[in-house]
Design a protein around this ligand. Structure first.
Ligand code: GLN
Length: 257
């Protein structure tokens, strides 16, 4: 082929990529056309999201509703496994994700994150009568329960001496805590507020005064390159953080269980 033609084709291909696909439409175009925006979450994570009958309520639900309101469209909720959320963004099954999701370097390769709206830490929960865990190092030989694919899972992977048998993975923190209560595992590593919410409602569990890892930041996520939608989410978050509303909502949904 003639070099000029090759150069022209290459140029057009790059231009198309820059325009997010020849003839294709951006996520924001799709949202405006369909008059609805699809929020992806995993609704078992109090106070950020929890099912109440047919509805999903919680801090992230209120943020998602505010995003839909700002866009002037209807909010549709897709409740799915936490581990599937980022691929659902990539495939366009959901338009944005809000799920108490921590910003991590690995996830940043697959999705774009909003500004952070909450700081969390991992905590260790054990049976109320268990006095054997005194340091983070003691966790290395225990059977640790985690929610699959979460930062608690990654922390457990770092801590355990037995990668094959030392970690039990569940779809939700609630299921992990239930198995701990039943005596099938030694502890659970999970985010602080959801752990507190479950422990306060479940007899026979306690949270230890240990910090197994560093602080984490929660953010909303969009498909890579969905900058216009991300800007709308960032505007909503800025307003809700400035007014103190996020803090108020966290308190409201933490108490109102
Ligand atoms: N913050 C944790 C993470 O991002 C857990 C989130 C969740 O379970 N919803 O991995």
């Amino acid at each position: 082929m003639n070099r000029k033609i090759v150069a022209l084709i290459l140029g057009l291909t790059l231009l198309c990529a820059a325009l997010a696909g020849c003839g294709g439409q951006s996520t924001l175009d799709k949202i405006e056309k369909n008059k609805k925006v699809v929020w992806g979450t995993n609704a078992y994570f109090m106070p950020f999201e929890i099912r109440e009958g047919e509805d999903v309520i919680g801090v992230d639900a209120e943020i998602a509703a505010a995003v839909a309101k700002k866009l002037g469209v209807e909010l549709v909720v897709e409740d799915m496994e936490f581990e599937s959320l980022i691929s659902a963004l990539e495939s366009g099954t959901v338009d944005f994700v809000g799920a108490g999701m921590t910003i991590t370097d690995e996830r940043k390769e697959k999705a774009d994150f909003s500004t952070g709206y909450w700081t969390a830490v991992q905590v260790v929960t054990v049976a109320a009568d268990d006095e054997s865990v005194l340091t983070v190092g003691d966790l290395s030989s225990l059977v640790i329960g985690v929610q699959s694919g979460t930062t608690g899972d990654f922390v457990a992977e770092d801590l355990t001496n037995n990668p094959d048998t030392g970690i039990m993975r569940y779809n939700t923190v609630i299921e992990a805590m239930q198995d701990l209560k039943n005596g099938n595992i030694d502890c659970v590593i999970a985010d602080d507020l959801p752990s507190q919410a479950i422990v306060s409602q479940t007899e026979g569990l306690k949270i230890l005064d240990l910090a197994p890892s560093d602080e984490e930041t929660y953010a909303f996520a969009v498909k890579k390159g969905d900058t216009e939608l991300l800007n709308v989410i960032n505007e909503v978050l800025a307003e809700m953080m400035e007014s103190g509303e996020i803090e108020t909502l966290v308190n409201k949904y933490s108490l109102g269980q």
